[in-house]
Design a protein around this ligand. Structure first.
Ligand SMILES: *Cc1c(COP(=O)(O)O)cnc(C)c1O
Length: 449
């Protein structure tokens, strides 16, 4: 259908309720993205943008990969759908489960498929409680999570998440999910040493366990690096100390790998970067590089074996869980990651280059701090002493809009600018990203400082 941008925007405003959008602010101004190739997207007016966010942290192998198109079409012709309920499944689903466990850390030999990351996190709530019942410890129901974590938008996902605005709509969190402080050094470090702050945040977990009684706790969940909360990279000692505390009380760690998995931090899984010994790993975004919706939970043998022996029927599942077309595309995505050594390339070459170049933005007058890990990074906008700008609209919104106008998609989380570019970005394109980010900062500074 050939329509002008403003015609699309009018129809959009008239009929489409957008997620995570204030429709009064949108008012017929939606950005309409019409096509994409590699690390670039084009809006409906033909303007080219470098996609610094990989869509929503998912298009890891870049846009326009014909292998995925071919895999989807072939699977659709052969078997477009069959389910995995009631002792059925499809070859594509099995093959993808097998291939996933081959790249997962040791001990992860099983996967449960869902349609999204949120469904993966709904699954872990039910699965871990079911596990403890099967293990003869039915009191273990409480899941400890973190303020400003993000675990999805379903009732359980949003409850596990620690986003106050999400809890306020819909009466969340659901019972038996509690939150402790996040390891956000820039926001909450108060001038103490970074490791001391890491210890303080890990101790918050120990205190919560003490308060609630370890016999009542089912699991601790966290993103290895918080994504939607603003690319919060924890102090280097944080996960090691959390790990020791959880081990002491026999509390399984759930590493939400929805963003950090599939090479984002330069390892197959973010857990490997921080040496987290998780028992469950929700996955989603990188599974198909966003070409089709898919999610899942990687389940460690320690849990899978108990469920198999004593769990009986797991009365849980989604119509599209293990969808054969998604699985075929997931397999093709994994094949590309293997063939092009994408994880190795990110680890050895591209992530170090990105972080080194990103760090050069630290000297800018509008930048209070920079940080990053692997292929995610953040800029804290503000004075050098860490105080924020009093500008309206906010510095984050202004810089984001200036960046987009200048041909680079960055995202604003408050006054934090974040990026998560496709893993296949090359050094020349990273130079372009940095130059465009700097131009946006310059324009912000010229207008406000
Ligand atoms: C995006 C995200 C989710 C939710 O995934 P959806 O596919 O949007 O439901 C869960 N956890 C993390 C860490 C995420 O970034």
């Amino acid at each position: 259908m050939k329509r002008s941008t403003s015609e699309w925007q009018r129809a959009d405003a008239a009929h489409y309720i957008h997620p995570f959008t204030d429709s009064s602010e949108l008012a017929g101004n939606a950005r309409i993205i019409s096509r994409a190739e590699g690390v670039y997207i084009w809006d409906h007016d033909g303007k080219q943008l470098l996609d610094g966010m990989s869509g929503l942290w998912c298009v890891n192998i870049g846009y326009g990969r014909e292998e995925l198109v071919t895999a989807a079409a072939a699977q659709m012709r052969e078997l477009p759908y069959y389910n995995s309920f009631f002792q059925c499944t499809t070859p594509a689903t099995i093959a993808y489960a097998e291939a996933l466990t081959q790249v997962a850390p040791p001990g992860f030999n099983h996967v449960f498929f869902t349609g999204s990351g949120s469904e993966a996190n709904d699954t872990i709530v039910r699965l871990i409680r079911h596990y403890w019942v099967a293990s003869g410890q039915p009191k273990r129901r409480i899941i400890i999570s973190r303020t400003n974590g993000y675990h999805g938008s379903t009732m359980a996902g949003a409850s596990l998440g620690g986003m106050a605005a999400m809890h306020a709509q819909g009466g969340l969190p659901i019972p038996d999910i509690v939150h402790i402080r996040q390891p956000h050094y820039f926001a909450e470090g108060n001038g103490m040493g970074e490791e001391a702050f890491g210890t303080l945040c890990a101790q918050a977990l120990a205190e919560k366990i003490h308060e609630l009684g370890s016999e009542n706790i089912a699991a601790f969940i966290g993103e290895p690096v918080q994504g939607a909360g603003g690319v919060v990279v924890p102090p280097s000692n944080y996960w090691r100390e959390v790990q020791a505390i959880c081990a002491q009380h026999d509390i399984p760690i759930i590493a939400d790998e929805v963003i950090c998995g599939f090479g984002r931090l330069g390892h197959w899984f973010g857990s490997e970067h921080f040496d987290i010994q998780a028992k469950l790993m929700p996955i989603a975004k990188g599974m198909t590089s966003g070409y089709l919706p898919m999610g899942g939970v990687l389940v460690h043998d320690d849990i899978a074996n108990v469920l198999q022996e004593k769990g009986g029927e797991f009365v849980h599942g989604f119509t599209y869980g293990g969808h054969p077309v998604c699985a075929a595309v997931g397999l093709a995505n994994l094949q590309i990651m293997h063939d092009e050594k994408i994880v190795e390339r990110v680890h050895d070459e591209i992530a170090p280059y990105l972080q080194q170049q990103w760090a050069t933005l630290a000297d800018h007058a509008a930048v209070a701090a920079v940080r990053g890990c692997g292929m995610v990074a953040a800029i804290e906008l503000g004075q050098k002493d860490g105080s924020r700008f009093a500008s309206t609209p906010s510095a984050g919104v202004q810089c984001r809009d200036l960046s987009v106008a200048n041909g680079l998609v960055m995202r604003a989380v408050g006054d934090t600018l974040i990026i998560a570019p496709p893993l296949v970005i090359n050094k020349t394109q990273i130079d372009e990203l940095i130059a465009k980010a700097r131009t946006a900062l310059d324009a912000f500074a010229a207008a406000n400082l």
